[in-house]
Design a protein around this ligand. Structure first.
Ligand SMILES: Nc1nc2c(ncn2[C@@H]2O[C@H](COP(=O)(O)OP(=O)(O)OP(=O)(O)O)[C@@H](O)[C@H]2O)c(=O)[nH]1
Ligand SMILES: [Mg+2]
Length: 292
């Protein structure tokens, strides 16, 4: 990992003034120095912006992370690496989408910084974060693109779909409209992203049970009917399922990567067998033509 480069880029890259050209330039400028598996589009290019969300809001409430306590009881087949400095990782691009104020940034903040801000600070354009995790001795880097849900940013968001390995669509369980709008997000995402993109649906703010406007079953049904890979409710406030969200994301992407590698291996085997057959046939033909 290039520390100097990361430090340089350790700035917030969201801004009211970002336009499509600038966004495209930022995305295209990603250098591809991660492991080379980009042919499949499963693994996107590496990009070493390593910025974290702004800390202007000092109202950070460190909540008891329920989920961490949960995880401690389970036997882990992964390890989260907050300070990974190596450069031997697989890199995947993820995009967080959904209506304004559903908690996209809060979910990332909770998972990476283990904190929660109750004051709303809208994402202006987009933010970038990285999340390192080790699965079966392989380090994965999740490049998390957090997008602003305000309507003025919608045209910017489409720039991020291309090459995304996973799209995390978020609604808030206390906001019916944000659930209904998932249809629009999904449609738009499917228009611009790779056909093999993985999709998660997250019903956030499930700590607000008394204000609930969307039943969990509705989220489950929507997931089933729309070919979505995973559905979960979460709470960035109390930490419920927030770490799990990124762990599951890593697992599904790693599984996909292994399947791709296997396919490649089999393809290569078939090709070399065919080469061998052709060679034998050629030798045979030569012999026949030289004979008698
Ligand atoms: N009770 C509760 N509040 C939450 C939760 N997640 C986020 N919030 C609050 O919801 C508001 C919006 O959160 P953000 O994370 O900024 O939402 P966002 O989706 O990133 O919003 P945009 O960047 O504008 O698209 C903030 O006031 C958060 O404190 C949650 O799980 N429970
Ligand atoms: Mg945000």
């Amino acid at each position: 990992m290039n520390e100097e480069k990361d430090e340089q880029n350790n700035e917030q890259i969201n801004s009211n003034s970002v336009d499509n050209t600038k966004v495209n330039k930022i995305i295209q400028n990603q250098s591809s120095d991660s492991l080379s598996v980009s042919e499949s589009d499963l693994v996107s290019k590496r990009f070493s912006f390593n910025g974290l969300n702004n800390d202007k809001d000092l109202n950070i409430e460190n909540q008891n992370n329920k989920e961490e306590n949960q995880n401690n009881k389970e036997e882990k087949d992964y390890e989260i690496l907050p300070d990974y400095k190596g450069d031997d990782f697989l890199s995947f691009k993820l995009i967080m989408i959904g209506d304004v104020s559903v908690g996209k940034s809060s979910l990332i903040n909770r998972a990476i910084k283990k904190s929660f801000k109750s004051a709303y600070s809208p994402t202006l354009g987009f933010d970038y974060f990285s999340y390192y995790i080790k699965i079966k001795n392989k380090v994965l880097k999740l490049q998390l693109w957090d997008t602003g849900g305000q309507e003025i940013y919608q045209s910017l968001v489409t720039n991020f779909y291309r090459n995304s390995s996973l799209a995390i669509m978020v609604y808030s369980i206390d906001d019916r409209k944000s659930f209904e709008n998932i249809d629009i997000w999904l449609k738009e995402m499917r228009t611009y992203s790779n056909p093999d993109v993985k999709i998660f649906l997250i019903g956030n703010k499930n700590d607000l049970e008394k204000k609930r406007k969307v039943d969990k079953e509705e989220g489950e049904l929507y997931t089933k009917n729309n070919n979505i890979d995973l559905f979960m409710e979460s709470s960035a406030k109390n930490g419920f399922n927030t770490q799990k969200l990124f762990i599951e994301a890593s697992k599904i992407l790693y599984k996909d990567y292994l399947m791709y590698k296997n396919k490649q291996k089999n393809k290569n085997k078939v090709e070399s067998k065919n080469d061998e057959k052709n060679k034998l046939k050629n030798d045979d033909d030569k012999k026949k033509s030289s004979c008698c």
